[in-house]
Design a protein around this ligand. Structure first.
Ligand code: HPA
Length: 279
């Protein structure tokens, strides 16, 4: 499907959302697998199912609720995506990036993006938080990029930089909050694969070798769109499983991803609340 969205497509979705809430958030959040519970803390929430929003991609994955929760958290107005669509579900990269573009058109300035990820770095343990310091856009290197196609100059430049994509000041706040709360945390490199198959032991060794600390199937497409559009980004990975890269090591599975989410939700909530207080 060679379909590219137009400015009008983004505006129609943004207008639809604006009519359904009096909140005018400046901060957007995307909640990953097993992390939907974070949205329960949002106060004075207006809720919009994705299925009602024109062109909005709906997640088909267990652990992804599929609705926007717009309200306040720590006194900040926030727009929270409870669940996300992934490339492996059959969506185009343009569709995966669509919600972030709508955020930009709505005037949001900051994106906090979370995901569940497998730990490649041998010092990482399930339940740890990785503050994303940088990413490897493996999917982009393979020719799949949400910015592929005609550039809409009003939204961002043709060739956006990915230097400092993960805002250094936001990372510092996140680190400080994690340290204060005694949350085991790291700063590292996230790598995005297409999925849905998990990595083979040889894949795991390859990904570690090229400098990745955690691997998942999301986040990078959304960050590319956010940075193209000039939004500040904070990325947080919840390490849900350890990847050893040896034949016979226990394979990752979706159940442990959802299970680790239970430990990770309060940890990520602590960090995100601290960031919202200081924005
Ligand atoms: N690999 C890829 N994606 C993931 C993993 C993993 O081990 N865990 C959670 N998301």
């Amino acid at each position: 499907m060679s379909h590219f969205f137009t400015m009008e497509d983004f505006q129609i979705a943004a207008d639809f959302i604006r009519k359904r809430t009096a909140h005018r958030p400046k901060v957007g959040m995307i909640l990953g697998s097993g992390l939907n519970g974070l949205a329960e803390a949002v106060e004075q929430a207006d809720i919009i199912p994705y299925a009602e929003i024109p062109n909005y991609p709906v997640s088909t994955v267990e652990g992804h609720v599929g609705r926007l929760v717009i309200g306040t958290l720590e006194g900040q107005e926030v727009l929270v995506m409870q669940g996300r669509a992934h490339f492996y579900e059959g969506y185009t990269m343009a569709q995966v990036g669509f919600p972030v573009r709508v955020m930009q058109v709505l005037g949001l300035e900051t994106l906090i993006v979370t995901n569940a990820a497998g730990g490649l770095n041998l010092s990482y343990r399930p339940g740890d938080v990785m503050i994303i310091g940088d990413h490897i856009n493996l999917l982009g290197m393979a020719g799949q990029n949400p910015l592929y196609g005609p550039n809409i100059d009003a939204l961002g430049p043709r060739f956006p930089s990915m230097n400092g994509a993960y805002d250094p000041a936001l990372r510092a706040i996140a680190r400080e909050a994690a340290l204060q709360a005694g949350i085991p945390h790291h700063e590292g490199v996230y790598i995005c694969l297409a999925g849905p198959s998990f990595e083979s032991p040889a894949d795991v060794r390859f990904l570690r070798l090229i400098g990745a600390d955690a691997v998942g199937m999301s986040t990078v497409p959304e960050v590319l769109v956010a940075r193209h559009g000039g939004m500040r980004v904070l990325g947080l990975s919840g390490i849900s499983n350890k990847l050893i890269g040896e034949e016979g090591a226990p394979p990752p599975n979706h159940e442990e991803v959802l299970e680790a989410g239970k430990i990770l939700v309060p940890r990520l909530e602590t960090i995100i609340r601290a960031v919202l207080r200081r924005l």
